[in-house]
Design a binder for this molecule. Structure first.
Ligand SMILES: Cc1ncc(COP(=O)(O)O)c(C=O)c1O
Length: 397
């Protein structure tokens, strides 16, 4: 499918659909609806027909009572993971949740105690910060190293020093990394995990962006690193929700191959007395994983084009705006600090450029002056957003 065809078939105007991105929540957050919305991480694209059909079929049934996960679920998940990433997933290792952020909270509760330290690598998705502190754990944030081109790498020494100093119990890893844009290589992950092993740190790997790898970058699941060497300390969280635009269906996986970890998690889950499965979420997930491949390939092409447009236009018209390399996710990070003090970026983007975005300081205290732009949208909006930024920079002098 060409990009033009994808856009013609799947692009939707979401105004007045009660979506967070364009409707009441945007107005509440940004004070107006008269902005180009590029903040929250979902898309302007309809999910594949196969997903709509599967949901429609299930809706027509008319009964939505307590249900089991269909047997078809497990091969759908496993085949997707094996064919794309070489990681078959055994049925017994899979648990479910109503979303990856909720699952992070559960992992923190299941595997740590109040007051324990949990580490995040910043800049990172803001609920990673909150979910630690709201659960009364100590947040240990270590900045990724950011080179002169705003390319992010891990600072292993800083990570190990902070782990020792704070007696960290759990690392909340984001892979691919939102909003650093990195698809971590196996070498990088192995080095990180080895540090975790040395200091007996559990790794909770949020891989929700796994299917959104760009420009030939290959996603490596944490559970595949070094042939599974670290699997006795890894819990993976993922979902089809970013992949197929299903966030509102509240469904995600928890994958725990290690028996001891799984037993501990199951004990915790028993205490919650809830068999958390969203009927529509799992119906959509099966359909996406079995029939959504072609759609996904076309989608990633559109995201790559949108990123290339952003990068080239900024390079040409505002060369001192740094554009972080985007290896994965549809969330691009740009750095405006060479044009204005970091304190001015918020109002410049909102009031002058008329954009609704997420700001760097939401992702880490040292990243004020960065702006995150959601590129899973209409290319015309991306062009308009870039035009707004470049023309306002010229006007500002
Ligand atoms: C890294 C990461 N984890 C989790 C989420 C949200 O997941 P969920 O909607 O399943 O809670 C997002 C959404 O942007 C994300 O970027």
């Amino acid at each position: 499918m060409t990009q033009e065809e994808f856009i013609r078939r799947y692009l939707v105007d979401r105004h007045n659909t009660d979506c967070n991105k364009w409707d009441a929540e945007m107005e509440e957050k940004f004070g107006t609806r008269d902005l180009i919305s590029m903040w929250i991480a979902d898309m302007e694209f309809r999910t594949p027909e196969a997903v709509v059909d599967a949901l429609t079929e299930r809706v027509k049934h008319g009964v939505y009572g307590y249900s089991d996960v269909p047997e078809a679920y497990y091969p759908a998940l496993s085949n997707w993971m094996e064919s794309r990433y070489g990681l078959p997933v055994a049925k017994e290792s899979v648990r479910f949740c109503t979303g990856c952020v909720t699952a992070i909270a559960w992992m923190i509760q299941a595997f740590t105690q109040p007051g324990d330290s949990c580490m995040i690598l910043t800049p990172v998705y803001y609920p990673f910060h909150n979910v630690v502190t709201y659960n009364d754990r100590k947040l240990v944030a270590v900045d990724l190293h950011c080179d002169e081109n705003d390319c992010f790498t891990m600072d292993y020494d800083a990570i190990e020093t902070a782990m020792i100093k704070n007696r960290v119990r759990l690392l909340l890893q984001c892979s691919p990394h939102n909003p650093a844009g990195r698809v971590w290589t196996e070498e990088e992950l192995a080095r990180l995990f080895e540090i975790c092993r040395r200091h007996n740190v559990l790794i909770v790997s949020d891989e929700i962006h796994q299917d959104l790898c760009l420009f030939g970058h290959t996603f490596v699941p944490a559970l595949k690193v070094a042939g599974g060497r670290y699997n006795d300390r890894i819990v993976t969280l993922n979902s089809a929700s970013k992949t197929f635009n299903l966030a509102g269906l509240l469904h995600s996986h928890i994958i725990i191959p290690d028996e001891k970890l799984r037993a501990r998690y199951d004990l915790f889950a028993r205490g919650m007395n809830r068999n958390a499965i969203n009927l529509m979420g799992q119906t959509a997930t099966i359909a996406g994983y079995t029939k959504g491949g072609e759609w996904l390939d076309a989608l990633t092409g559109v995201i790559e084009s949108n990123y290339t447009c952003l990068k080239n236009e900024l390079h040409e018209k505002a060369p001192d705006v740094l554009v972080t390399p985007l290896e994965g996710t549809y969330l691009a990070l740009i750095d405006l600090r060479r044009y204005m003090p970091a304190e001015e970026v918020h109002d410049f983007i909102l009031k002058d450029c008329k954009l609704a975005v997420d700001y760097g300081e939401q992702f880490g205290e040292h990243f004020k002056g960065f702006v995150r732009l959601n590129l899973a949208t209409d290319p015309t909006l991306v062009k308009q957003a870039v035009y707004n930024i470049t023309s306002q920079l010229v006007r500002k002098g």
